[in-house]
Design a protein around this ligand. Structure first.
Ligand code: UD1
Length: 419
């Protein structure tokens, strides 16, 4: 099994080009199923989750061309002849559940295995199911499968009890081909929802309000092929900016989307970093200083993203002071804590709150990646730990970070992949 070895200590410096957003490209690839012509997606990052989604689409019968070097995927959904998303694929990637809405809307049926994905809490799909039922679908869950059927979906009113990114996306995609108008209230407002809506509009959908808590979709009889470039990955951006701050360095993220990162940038400034924004470039300069401890409470967008919680915790591990980290989105999303403690971090967990007391230095050790963002936090901690940090189970990292070790090396980190 492959491992990453990080040999710590040394400020990062330089420029890093940000890739397309994992959490935007996955729903967008699923959305291509709604079209009746080829859809070209650009700025596609080379990630394991993208490869899994391509396999999922091919398994449904779609004709997919994936040009990895060009970062382009073209999906021709006209050859789709199956509506079954099998366990083998869905269990490795929860986002597979995003084919549910498109298959149902376009083909009147979808059988999707109950998802797996990162082991961060129970992560049910009840909100996806209720949203599609509100549009007229009949859904049962049996033998580990969500079995959905419908004639043409009917526009309706969906009011989410809590905010779910995935359920908002499934509802949004399904509503584009429904008969009449759909209102989605308490919708997720993440930039990836806005990007999905932009892609759907490029395919002929009629959507307003994406990025606010109320999305209105006026159904159209068909969606056509089209072309869309995926937005920059705000979590990858944030991860590099935190890496810069932790190491006392100066790093510029290019091809980024600064306005999708306001909450993260505010925390970096609280930690003592100078942050400069210039168009699509964000520079963090820590001027060689140790960061200050910063409290973090995760929240739906525009709040602080749960996908940056582990990285901020890593930064707090070596910051000056005591920080409280409250995780409000997922239960069980502190699996990186035990691993960070193996590196010498001082962290106490009390339910959804972690209290991190900064220590002067961490010391390298073998650790195990447990989920995608937890893995990133271990790499960051390795950058500031004395000696070698050996991170096992790095397939989690490959699900969501494009060329992580190559990009970090270019910034001066000593990092390599083994095995
Ligand atoms: C997406 C992101 C993930 C991010 C998360 C929160 C993708 C591919 N993944 O995941 O990186 O961490 O948003 O920003 O975009 N819930 C239910 N019932 C449901 C659906 C969700 O109870 O039917 C709960 C979840 O267990 C969780 C909360 O709602 O506690 C938020 O989850 P959700 O926003 O749906 O996350 P994902 O879309 O799975």
């Amino acid at each position: 099994m492959q491992r990453i070895v990080v040999s710590g200590r040394g400020a990062l410096a330089g420029e890093v080009r940000i890739s397309g957003a994992k959490n935007a490209v996955l729903p967008i690839l699923c959305a291509t199923l709604l079209a009746d012509g080829p859809v070209e997606i650009d700025n596609v990052p080379h990630l394991h989750d993208v490869v899994t989604t391509v396999r999922l689409l091919e398994g449904l019968g779609a004709t997919v061309t994936h040009d990895i070097a060009a970062g382009r995927v073209v999906v021709d959904p006209r050859t789709v002849d199956s509506h079954v998303a099998p366990y083998e694929l869905v269990r490795t990637m929860r986002a597979s559940v995003l084919v549910l809405g498109p298959l149902l809307a376009r083909h009147g049926a979808a059988d999707v295995s109950l998802p797996g994905g990162c082991a961060i809490g129970s992560r049910p799909v009840d909100m996806h199911i209720r949203a599609l039922e509100a549009l007229g679908a009949t859904i049962t869950v049996e033998h580990g499968f969500i079995k959905a059927s419908a004639g043409r979906l009917q526009g309706g009113r969906i009011v989410f009890d809590t905010i779910s990114v995935g359920a908002t996306e499934n509802a949004l995609m399904a509503a584009t081909l429904a008969d009449g108008e759909t209102t989605i209230d308490n919708a997720a407002q993440e930039p990836e929802i806005v990007d999905l809506a932009a892609c759907l509009v490029a395919m002929g959908a009629d959507i307003s309000g994406a990025g606010s808590s109320r999305i209105v979709v006026r159904g159209v009889p068909r969606l056509h092929g089209g072309r869309h470039a995926v937005i920059a990955d705000r979590i990858e951006t944030g991860t590099f900016l935190v890496a810069a701050a932790m190491t006392g360095g100066r790093v510029t993220a290019t091809h980024a989307r600064p306005n999708s990162l306001s909450a993260v940038i505010a925390k970096l400034e609280d930690a003592g970093a100078e942050v400069l924004v210039d168009g699509d470039r964000i520079t963090v300069d820590m001027h060689g200083q140790r960061s200050r401890a910063v409290n973090v409470t995760t929240a739906p967008h525009p709040g602080f993203p749960t996908d940056m919680q582990a990285q901020l915790m890593a930064m707090n591990c070596i910051a000056d002071g005591v920080a409280m980290i409250d995780e409000t989105i997922f239960e069980n999303r502190f699996m990186h804590v035990n691993e960070l403690m193996r590196l010498g971090a001082d962290i106490q967990i009390d339910g959804p709150r972690a209290t991190v007391t900064g220590v002067a230095r961490l010391s390298g050790a073998p650790v195990m990646a447990t989920d995608l963002r937890a893995s990133a936090s271990l790499v960051l901690a390795g950058l500031v730990a004395d000696g070698d940090t050996v991170i096992d189970r790095i397939y989690h990292l490959d699900r969501g970070y494009e060329h992580l070790e190559r990009k970090l090396s270019a910034l001066g980190a000593t990092i390599r992949r083994e095995g």
